[in-house]
Design a binder for this molecule. Structure first.
Ligand SMILES: [Zn+2]
Length: 94
C-alpha cells in the first residue's frame, strides 16, 4: 500500500466519524424518565412530560425509548403517547 492510499483511507475514516457522531444525541430528546419526586415514569418531550405535570430544566441524556406499556409508567403519559403515535401514522400516510 502506498503512502497516498493510506492517507486516503484515514480521510475516509475521519469523515465517517464526523457523520456518525452528532445525530445520535438528537434522537434521544424524548423518552421515558423517572424523577425522584414521582413514583411513576413520565414521557418527556422537549423537557415537558406528556401529562403536563412535570417540567425539566434540561433534557436528560438517559431518556428511555420503548417499554411504553410498562406498569411503572404514568397512565396519562401512556395515553397521550399512544395518541401521538396514532397521529404520526396518519400524517405519514397522507
Ligand atoms: Zn406523566
Amino acid at each position: 500500500m502506498s503512502s497516498e492510499e493510506i492517507s486516503k483511507n484515514i480521510e475516509k475514516q475521519e469523515s465517517q466519524l464526523m457523520t456518525s457522531g452528532e445525530p445520535e444525541e438528537e434522537k434521544h430528546n424524548e423518552g421515558w424518565n423517572w424523577i425522584y419526586n414521582s413514583p411513576k415514569w413520565h414521557y418527556f418531550v422537549d423537557g415537558k412530560s406528556l401529562c403536563k405535570r412535570w417540567m425539566l430544566f434540561s433534557t436528560p441524556k438517559n431518556l428511555e425509548q420503548g417499554n411504553n406499556n410498562s406498569p411503572d409508567n404514568c397512565k396519562l403519559c401512556r395515553k397521550t403517547l399512544e395518541k401521538r403515535l396514532k397521529n404520526e401514522k396518519r400524517t405519514n400516510r397522507s
